[in-house]
Design a protein around this ligand. Structure first.
Ligand SMILES: Cc1ncc(COP(=O)(O)O)c(C=O)c1O
Length: 424
């Protein structure tokens, strides 16, 4: 039996009162809190081996390089990517947004003829199609909308059902022989719905399109196996998986990473640079890691990955279901509507909701006054809010440290909102 109370006690930030109440943190969809092991890993790095990686001849640089590469291997193990030397499939980025922009920029570069013959498979021309969905976080939507604008391609999208779930069974019509890239999220950061991406991936590959999966909300909450998902690229952030801010990861199928041209340029990604002829870039993953890397954060993110694997992703997912079940009782509160499925089917503990007649900002502030942290706003996902007919919402999102009591406290607080603001 996993001792989740002991796990919670590993998070020092949770041991405090806010506005006179014990802190209840239900905003892990925005960013997760960090266990002591992750906090210690970052400071231990600075105290013992801080140095730039891959460039120094001195001992500290050698040690920091080993720690950096070990962290890459741990993160690879978390998502079942290859970590063998020379076959690495994990690229360090500054976060999910940076990874998605990297891909969109690199595909754009390939479309302008960069990267030679090998990169032609990423080339997009006017008349081609790029497919996203209406459930995307802006980091997917805008990156690939820009790519469409840059290449003259047409942006198409999957529509959503009444619960805001991506209609993956329309893949055969949305994805056509003209589709070059399909970029979608596995789990919505608004509804918490887990999309069955299999039909989308199958159809995309049938027409020769590249699949980019946003697994930002997946990696912290459910087992992710990039090989089983059969996607070509996947991006996520370190800070949502109990790791530090400023770092994220991009999975790329190795033969595609080999063929992909770089998106940013500078030190540590080039073998040979000349004044009068094109540079010769390094092999992946270095080709995509220009400049000094956030080494301490990567090392600490590796510790976070290991920390999650030690608990077990299935165990984490099962535990969070106990919180989700309680969170869904928000739907029983008079005047409260859940944006998304009101039941446990294919979802994580991310529950967005509207309180009729009360602005989400007021709801959030009222909840905050009770020491409960939730999110308010459009959560960087405006089209799905429009789909529901709202501009903004409130969102509770669970983490491994939450308890069913946390969710009960939120439901209790929300049930007081309409009385406080509307006298109802
Ligand atoms: C589904 C999803 N995709 C992408 C992102 C972007 O992540 P970041 O802001 O860490 O780059 C987020 C963050 O909220 C997200 O929830």
């Amino acid at each position: 039996m996993t001792d989740f109370a002991a796990i919670k006690s590993e998070f020092p930030i949770l041991n405090q009162s806010i506005h006179g109440h014990p802190l209840v943190y239900l905003d892990s969809g925005a960013t997760a809190q960090k266990p002591q092991a992750v906090i210690d890993a970052e400071s231990h790095f600075y105290e013992t081996i801080n140095a730039g990686v891959h460039r120094g001849a001195h001992e500290l640089a050698a040690r920091s390089t080993v720690a950096f590469e070990e962290a890459r291997a741990k993160v690879a193990r978390l998502v079942n990517a290859n970590a063998d030397e020379g076959q690495e499939e994990i690229v360090v980025t500054a976060g999910a947004t940076a990874g998605l922009n990297l891909l969109a920029t690199a595909f754009g570069n390939a479309s302008q003829g960069r990267g030679g013959d090998a990169a032609k498979r990423f080339s997009i021309k006017p008349g081609d199609e790029i497919v996203v969905s209406k459930a995307e976080h802006h980091s997917v939507l805008l990156s690939f909308q820009e790519l469409a604008a840059r290449t003259g391609a047409t942006l198409k999208w999957f529509d959503l059902d009444e619960y805001g779930s991506i209609l993956s069974d329309t893949a055969d019509t949305v994805i056509t022989p003209r589709t070059k890239v399909v970029a979608i999220t596995e789990i919505s950061n608004v509804t918490g719905h887990i999309t069955d991406v299999a039909p989308i991936v199958a159809r995309a590959h049938e027409v020769g399109a590249i699949v980019v999966l946003d697994v930002c909300q997946s990696v912290p909450h459910i087992p992710v196996d990039v090989k089983a998902l059969d996607v070509d690229f996947a991006c996520w952030s370190g800070h949502k998986m109990y790791g530090p801010t400023g770092v994220g990861f991009m999975y790329g199928r190795r033969e595609l990473l080999d063929a992909l041209p770089p998106a940013s340029f500078g030190g540590s990604m080039v073998e040979l640079a000349w004044m009068d002829k094109p540079a010769q870039y390094m092999e992946p993953p270095a080709r995509f890691e220009a400049g000094t890397q956030p080494v301490a954060q990567v090392v600490a993110a590796g510790v976070a990955a290991e920390w999650m694997m030690n608990i077990g992703m299935e165990t984490i997912a099962e535990h969070e279901k106990t919180i989700t079940r309680e969170l869904l009782k928000l739907g029983d509160v008079p005047g409260v509507k859940i944006l998304g499925r009101p039941d446990m089917e294919d979802r994580i503990g991310t529950v967005a909701f509207e309180v009729e007649g009360v602005h989400p900002h007021d709801v959030g502030q009222f909840i905050d006054s009770m020491g409960i942290a939730i999110r308010m706003g459009h959560h960087c996902a405006q089209p799905i809010h429009r789909h529901f007919g709202y501009y903004a919402s409130n969102r509770a999102s669970s983490g491994v440290y939450n308890t069913p009591e946390d969710a009960k406290a939120l439901v209790d607080a929300v049930s007081q909102v309409r009385g406080y603001f509307l006298g109802k």
